[in-house]
Design a protein around this ligand. Structure first.
Ligand code: URA
Length: 433
């Protein structure tokens, strides 16, 4: 088999066989296929697309390119959720304890921030002492004991994806539906869950900018998961504005705790409850409506917050921070961003909001960068709100006051004002079964 022939076949619109896809991914993993041929095939896939069968084969080959976990010794049904990435997306910190408090196992492997988007592992590390690496034996024991553990992806999951992603990033081939689906699901399927709920974000803060693109990606990923024998669902949720009011790390943990206390922002609470309901329902806990009632009760009676505390304690974190979030270290400096005019906020370029938070120190520009856990943005106003001239629309936090002017400029440039109230947008566009 020659890589040249595979590239030519896809370039001319042909359908690759399972053997050809396996040959490609094996060569990417062991380094025998040079980067220029890998890039050329990615570009051919970008233009010609792939059938569902080809995309499944690509996903399974990516999944099988590295280590896998065996969670069969965890008792009970294991359920996970995966977000395609957003700004202010702290849903895992709320949803995982809700679901676990109701007796369904959550063995969660989460990621760090990627580009303008935040990551659960970085947020958890804002809790002093919280350990995001556990041995397999400790991880399994904790899930069996308390129903919940959250760690980073420390093992060599899907190494082919690591190489492919790095090349796609520099060859303008990231935004290809089959390549994104194989990348996300290849990693997801390497973790050993029974049920997966996908939170496919749509809008200016996500990788998929339109609802139609997001719906197609969700459908494809649900089909791939089902082909792999998983129970699957996907929600299409709005990321045309940040989720909740906090963007950062410690401030997002604080907002998640408030949500578990029943005092969270409406949008965050609704997305979390809906995700939890579908996770519970997939795990045989009733219809989505019945499961929604259970999820609401877990917040109202404090059992979900108690489960988060249990998890923090089990992983070495300082529970006093969760009991009283005033104990979190505050940023040295804050700065109010005021509106230059009066009017309604018509649109927020959410990717730019994420980049502004990154500029304050809440994310990384290179893998070596250290995060300032107290840095970030609290939004005083969001899309649809009315603002007076000179009224505060956001508050910036950082230990580095020199970062404020650039972040402020980015935020103001990303915020569009208009005289009339914009039409409301849905928070949840669709649920793909
Ligand atoms: N997230 C991933 O893991 N892969 C992609 O291709 C896009 C988003």
């Amino acid at each position: 088999m020659r890589m040249y022939d595979i590239i030519k076949k896809k370039r001319d619109g042909g359908e690759l066989t399972t053997e050809e896809i396996d040959f490609f991914i094996r060569g990417v993993t062991d380094g025998s296929i040079p980067d220029y041929q890998t890039s050329a095939l990615c570009m051919a896939i970008y233009y010609r697309g792939m059938s569902v069968r080809e995309t499944c084969d690509l996903t399974f080959a990516v999944r099988d390119s590295g280590e896998k976990v065996d969670f069969s010794s965890i008792r009970g049904i294991r359920v996970d959720k995966h977000s395609t990435g957003g700004v202010g997306d702290k849903t895992s910190l709320v949803v995982a304890p809700i679901v676990a408090s109701l007796g369904v196992k959550v063995a969660k492997m989460s990621g760090r921030g990627l580009g303008h988007t935040g990551g659960t592992v970085d947020k958890l590390e804002a809790i002093e002492g919280f350990c995001t690496t556990l041995s397999d034996a400790d991880f399994i024991r904790q899930v069996n004991d308390i129903g919940l553990a959250i760690v980073g992806q420390s093992r060599q999951f899907a190494p082919a994806d690591k190489k492919l992603y790095a090349l796609r990033d520099v060859t303008a081939t990231v935004d290809s539906m089959p390549l994104i689906a194989a990348s996300i699901m290849g990693k997801k399927l390497a973790a050993d869950d029974d049920c997966i709920v996908l939170d496919v974000k749509t809008g200016s803060g996500s990788f998929m900018k339109t609802v139609e693109q997001s719906r197609a990606l969700a459908r494809l990923m649900v089909d791939i998961g089902k082909n792999a024998g998983k129970r699957m669902k996907a929600l299409i949720t709005n990321m045309d504005r940040p989720l909740g009011n906090a963007i950062g790390n410690a401030i997002e943990v604080i907002e998640a705790v408030e949500t578990l206390r029943g005092n969270g922002p409406e949008d965050l609470t609704e997305v979390c409850l809906t995700l939890a309901a579908h996770m519970l329902s997939l795990a045989d806990m009733g219809t989505p409506d019945e499961a929604l009632a259970l999820a609401k009760r877990a917040i109202a009676d404090g059992s979900a917050l108690a489960k988060l505390k249990e998890c923090v304690a089990a992983q070495g974190g300082n529970v006093r921070l969760i009991e009283d979030t005033n104990n979190f270290k505050r940023a040295k400096y804050s700065h109010a961003v005021v509106s230059p005019a009066r009017g309604y906020i018509a649109h927020a370029d959410t990717e730019a909001y994420g980049l502004a938070s990154l500029a304050l120190g809440a994310g990384r520009n290179t893998v070596e960068d250290e995060i300032d856990f107290s840095a970030g943005i609290v939004l005083n106003k969001k899309t649809g709100d009315f603002v007076e001239e000179s009224e505060t629309i956001a508050t910036l936090f950082s230990d580095n006051a020199a970062a404020f002017p650039a972040a402020e400029q980015k935020l103001l440039a990303a915020t569009t004002l208009q005289a009339v109230k914009p039409a409301d947008e849905p928070l949840i566009y669709d649920i793909i079964e």
